[in-house]
Ligand binder design. Structure first.
Ligand SMILES: C[S@@+](CC[C@H](N)C(=O)[O-])C[C@H]1O[C@@H](n2cnc3c(N)ncnc32)[C@H](O)[C@@H]1O
Length: 367
């Protein structure tokens, strides 16, 4: 495998990248860098014939659709991705947002922990060969990912959290209760913990905790008890089997599937999503150049709360306490917020793309 040597990395601001120049190894500094050579393996004729498409024929019809980028014009307005800017898209997914950024002239490092996502992004963005660099990794490691590329600071960091439509709609990934599939839910298939292990092996108390904390599920204890009872008879191995168990604990009272919050909680736990977000936010401060833009799209209140607190705490130059005679400088001050409120999709976007309904975009600019 050949690591693409992007001419623009020569202009990278920061620590320099002598190690990258001329390097030709498959794994560099522990990072699996994608290559254009690899793309030949994913040329259109074989694209539709993956094992997933054979096992789940319904999914094959949807394979070419990946994911509608959410709040894309708002992201453009916030990040101003003009030529010369270098942006880390930490959740490149199918490359929707990345394409908008590239089209306007920026260079994009596209990171995702899901190889299928990277393959898709690389194929979609082939025309931007010199300006797009796909990297497989977790955005919580964004410091070592950028250091591995010899980049000290970037002009923007974008995180569009959660799973993509493609991951959600593929029954083989086990994210959704809408179709039957193995209980998996890993965004990174190299990770050790699957949803099946969690559901069948975690202590009842731990299940209650994640259903409460990550699912905000009122009937967490009842669901956990029902799971423990069911798994004592036989392992819970599929998404339908889990939905049935949850339905025994939560009667259906609305159009919403009673398993919605439980599935959300398990997915968050399997992928350690909140820990990754908190770690990434802390690291982003040092990785943004002055005037660099941090843009985060969240999809549920737990994520949004973390991002909101993080940005607000760092956006006041002074802090005041009743016991102090005068305000004191805030040691964490580093951001200007164009707005203290989150940006939400308009009526048209939520109508055209119902998955955008719960999206919230928060933007912070490094001072
Ligand atoms: C909502 S999708 C992003 C869609 C993308 N913005 C687009 O326009 O196509 C989220 C993507 O982020 C990836 N992801 C989620 N958490 C991640 C993490 N901690 N590190 C790296 N990738 C992550 C998922 O695998 C998924 O592909």
């Amino acid at each position: 495998m050949i690591i693409p040597i992007k001419p623009w990395l020569d202009r990278a601001n920061g620590t320099g990248h002598a190690g990258l120049r001329g390097s030709r190894s498959a794994v560099w500094n522990g990072l699996a860098l994608s290559s254009n050579v690899e793309m030949d393996e994913f040329s259109p004729p074989c694209w539709g014939a993956t094992p997933d498409s054979l096992l789940f024929p319904n999914f094959t019809h949807r394979m070419e659709f990946y994911h509608d980028p959410i709040l894309a014009p708002e992201i453009l307005a916030a990040m101003e991705p003009v030529a010369g800017k270098q942006i880390l898209d930490g959740t490149v997914g199918g490359g929707g947002h990345a394409e908008w950024l590239l089209r306007h002239g920026a260079h994009v490092i596209g990171c995702d922990q899901d190889q299928d996502a990277l393959n898709h992004a690389e194929r979609r963005l082939a025309a931007y060969e010199d300006a797009f660099l796909p990297v497989r990794g977790n955005f919580r490691d964004m410091d070592s990912i950028l250091a591995g590329l010899g980049i000290g600071q970037v002009d923007g960091i974008l995180l569009d959290l959660g799973v993509s439509s493609r991951q959600l709609d593929n029954p083989a990934r086990g994210f959704s209760f809408r179709e039957d599939g193995p209980l998996d839910m890993r965004m990174d298939d190299r990770a050790a913990l699957t949803a099946k292990e969690l559901v069948n092996e975690w202590e009842e108390e731990e299940l209650i905790r994640i259903f409460r904390e990550y699912g905000e599920e009122r009937r967490a204890a009842r669901v956990a008890r029902e799971i423990v009872k069911a798994r004592a008879l036989q392992p819970i191995e599929t998404t339908f089997a889990l939905s049935e168990v949850v339905a025994r604990a939560i009667p259906k009272t609305s159009a919403k599937n009673p398993a919605t919050k439980v599935f959300q909680a398990i997915r968050i736990a399997v992928n350690a999503e909140l820990e990754a977000l908190e770690t990434a936010l802390e690291k982003a401060v040092a990785l943004l150049a002055p005037k660099g833009v941090l843009a985060i799209i969240t999809f549920h209140s737990l994520e949004d709360r973390i991002v909101k607190r993080f940005m607000h705490r760092r956006s006041n130059p002074f802090i005041d306490r009743p016991e102090w005679s005068a305000p004191r400088p805030n040691p964490d001050f580093c951001f200007h917020l164009p707005s203290r409120r989150a940006i939400e999709p308009g009526e048209k976007e939520t109508r055209d793309n119902p998955r955008s309904r719960s999206a919230k975009l928060r933007v912070a600019i490094k001072v």
